[in-house]
Design a protein around this ligand. Structure first.
Ligand code: ZN
Length: 378
């Protein structure tokens, strides 16, 4: 499988899991180094070490549930553990989701013990009637166990907010899914998430900070939660809708292929006469790849109408077998950055799938409820 990791700096492997750092992360550290000084940079790096451990917690729990983790990526907004698949069993989802925050909680507890031993006065919040709390400004100058206490406390609490994409959202959905169906559980969890997003947005607007920093962060968080809730809802809806369906269910069989010997003008001509804008590149029935409309236009502009399909770059990709689960086919759209997927039977192309045909197929299933789509085939 060719899996691109376009913006990641590869850092090595832990337990066989690739660890990557997004280039914007490096940029962020460089920015802090220049603008805030070394103690702040170390504070941020400690924070991201805890994020990495949090993600490793998810990854190891996933491994225990027999799900591989492709990679862990650190971004300025946090970390992502890319699991090979989403667990279908709600108990597995629960275990995997809880494992991340648990790591932070354990570190938090160890640091709390450290504080009790070395600086018990820190916990004397009220002293002589005055509050003594370590301020955010000072925290970067504190001993490491105090920094880690603070960082892990925040990571733990933040991730338990019951809204996607936070772990709390997954934990909440998993608990619901133990006594109701998965789609309904997701819908409820997504709605609660949207409720949180609205609440965050109002808090951001009603209590603006002097610097404006909190307002921006809270608003961004609100948007982030909102988008994630909708995405998760759609994902699960699609997954439920397409369960048990295969590539051949969603393909159309009336389509035009491009041969490597075709000149570009011929395809432009075909495009004018039909709805098709992207073409499978096929020679004697065998699939070589996909020529997207953008690639076609680009090469047409650059090389002129007479150049042949075989001489210009196209997306190199194999067709999917007709009995490939539809869910897997959908993943291919993203991983191959392709607008079209050819479907093959014994190495010969028999149909194509595009985002539009998948949408239409989904609508058909919904409209006919049980999805007796066999009736629609000719
Ligand atoms: Zn997590």
């Amino acid at each position: 499988m060719s899996n691109k990791r376009p913006w990641g700096l590869h850092f090595g492997r832990i337990f066989g899991i690739e660890i990557s750092v997004h280039w914007t992360f490096v940029l962020m550290i460089a920015y802090f180094a220049v603008s805030k000084g070394s103690s702040f940079v170390f504070f941020v790096l400690w924070g991201f070490l805890c994020v990495l451990l949090h993600e490793l917690g998810h990854a190891l729990a996933a491994k225990a549930c027999k799900i591989k983790t492709k990679r862990i990526m650190l971004l300025p907004i946090g970390g992502i553990a890319q699991l090979e698949r989403i667990p279908k069993n709600p108990w597995h989802e629960l275990i995997i989701a809880i494992a991340g925050p648990t790591v932070n909680f354990v570190i938090f507890c160890f640091c709390a013990i450290g504080i009790v031993y070395f600086q018990p006065e820190l916990f004397d919040v009220v002293k002589d009637g005055e509050k003594e709390i370590v301020s955010f400004k000072d925290i970067v100058e504190q001993p490491i166990y105090i920094q880690l206490f603070f960082l892990n406390g925040i990571l733990f609490a933040f991730n338990l907010i019951p809204a996607f994409p936070m772990d709390g959202g997954r934990i909440f959905r998993a608990i619901l899914a133990t006594f109701m169906n998965y789609l309904k559980a997701t819908r409820i969890a997504a709605r609660v998430g949207i409720g949180f997003a609205i609440a965050f947005f109002f808090i951001a607007m009603l209590f603006p900070s002097a610097s404006g920093f909190n307002t921006i962060t809270m608003s961004l968080l609100a948007v982030f939660i909102l988008l994630s809730a909708m995405a998760e809802s759609n994902l699960v809806k699609t997954r439920t809708l397409f369960e048990g369906r295969t590539a051949s269910d969603a393909m159309i069989t009336e389509f035009t292929s491009a041969s490597p010997q075709d000149p570009l003008w011929k395809l432009i001509d075909l495009m004018k006469k039909s709805l098709q804008a992207d073409f499978p590149v096929v020679k004697e029935g065998k699939v070589f790849g996909v020529l997207s409309r953008n690639q076609l236009f680009f090469s047409y502009k650059k090389h002129g109408p007479g150049v042949l399909v075989g001489d210009i770059p196209f997306i190199e990709l194999d067709g999917v077998p007709e009995d490939e689960p539809l869910e897997k086919v959908l993943e291919k759209f993203n991983s191959n950055h392709t607008p079209l997927i050819p479907v093959v039977r014994e190495d010969q192309i028999i149909g194509i799938i595009t985002a539009a045909t998948v949408d239409r197929f989904g609508a058909m299933i919904e409209a006919t409820e049980q999805g007796e789509t066999g009736k629609y085939q000719h």
